[in-house]
Design a protein around this ligand. Structure first.
Ligand code: BYC
Length: 319
């Protein structure tokens, strides 16, 4: 039983109101009653998403000091800053559910919360910057556009701006690759090599197959997720194949073929053992990603302390 101003409200009644809001495709807002499982699922997904944006600054950030021209450096700097902004909107959305931002960061560093598997791969050449834009931001768009209709208001609204920026990121990646493909044979080879290394990990971004995805059914029933992992993965493959043809690269999958009956591209077997290894902490760069995040938290703690002391002093003056 929950007390309200005029009469005690029954949990069943609150649950019924919540269910009706979800069924009517209306939004749940921070002050609304929500089942504990809904709150926890959202915090888990939003925190994981926020962590991915922040850790995702690292693989591309590694090229900021080695960008091939001032123009490319300015573009990359803007993109990496956008990812930081995405992380901030998402941590704010998690805070509306009662989560504490510093606590979420601690959980990430202690390995108690996840971030996207894709950011545990290294960027070996500048073509990787283009391929991250094309593949990784492209996959993000596929996955995140439906989240603009997610049932939780603050998450859905954050996703609108994030998706607009991701769309720009994807185009900048594709434009970079187009430029390289018009260049020397060595540059074209760099692009193909990057495509070969990033294609399969990009498909893993959508999560495990539907029959091995413990959270999907409930998340979809609550309107948090709008499509299953496999549906979105298929959409992504269908979108990427023609783009690869225009670019002039080969996707590294001999089983890729168009099925006229379904109108979709069939594709080969994803290495789910690799996925599990990478998510479990044993990918190519997991340890350095977390070590760097830990160092950023510890080395910059004085900035937070100074800002907090400054804010406290000023609120005292105002009082
Ligand atoms: N990597 O039941 P499932 C970006 C976990 S940022 C690691 O299907 P769910 C960008 C999953 O969390 C891109 N872990 O889960 C940034 C669950 O474990 P827990 C990030 C993964 O939540 C910078 C378990 O596996 N995007 O685009 O229903 C530069 C079982 O999975 C992964 C988002 O976060 C993975 N790939 O569905 C450029 C989007 N996949 O939590 C670009 C929002 C699954 O039970 N998130 N797991 O311990 C989602 O849409 C969903 O959370 C997922 C997974 C589709 C990812």
């Amino acid at each position: 039983m929950t007390a309200t101003l005029d009469r005690p409200v029954d949990e069943d009644e609150l649950q019924a109101q919540f269910d009706a809001t979800i069924a009517a495709e209306h939004r749940i807002e921070p002050r609304d009653w929500m089942p504990e499982g809904y709150r926890k699922t959202l915090i888990r997904q939003i925190a994981q998403h926020a962590h991915s944006e922040i850790i995702g600054m690292q693989p591309e950030g590694d090229w900021l000091l080695a960008a091939p021209s001032l123009r490319r450096k300015a573009i990359l700097l803007a993109k990496v800053q956008d990812e930081a902004g995405h992380g901030m909107y998402l941590y704010s959305a998690a805070e509306t559910l009662g989560a504490d931002r510093a606590d979420l960061t601690d959980k990430l560093i202690e390995g108690k919360q996840k971030y996207s598997s894709i950011f545990n791969y290294r960027t070996l050449s500048y073509a990787d910057v283009g391929v991250i834009g094309w593949f990784v931001d492209g996959a993000a768009i596929c996955n995140q556009v439906p989240l603009c209709r997610s049932s939780y208001g603050p998450y859905a609204r954050a996703m609108i701006r994030i998706c607009k920026e991701e769309s720009f990121h994807q185009r900048q990646g594709y434009e970079l690759l187009m430029t390289m493909m018009r260049g020397t044979p060595e540059q074209r080879a760099m692009v193909q090599d990057a495509v070969d290394r990033w294609w399969w990990p990009s498909l893993m971004m959508f999560g495990p197959p539907d029959d091995d995805s413990p959270n999907s059914a409930q998340s979809m029933a609550w309107g948090i997720k709008r499509h299953s992992n496999d549906e979105l993965r298929q959409r992504y493959v269908d979108m990427s194949v023609p783009q690869a043809e225009v670019l002039g690269v080969t996707l590294p999958d001999p089983d890729l073929s168009y099925d006229p009956e379904t109108g979709h591209y069939r594709f080969g077997q994803i290495d789910w053992d690799e996925f599990k290894r990478v998510v479990g902490g044993d990918g190519p760069a997991n340890k350095e990603r977390i070590a760097r995040r830990r160092a950023a938290r510890d080395d910059n703690a004085w900035v937070t302390e100074a800002a907090t002391a400054y804010a406290a002093k000023h609120s005292g003056v105002a009082a």
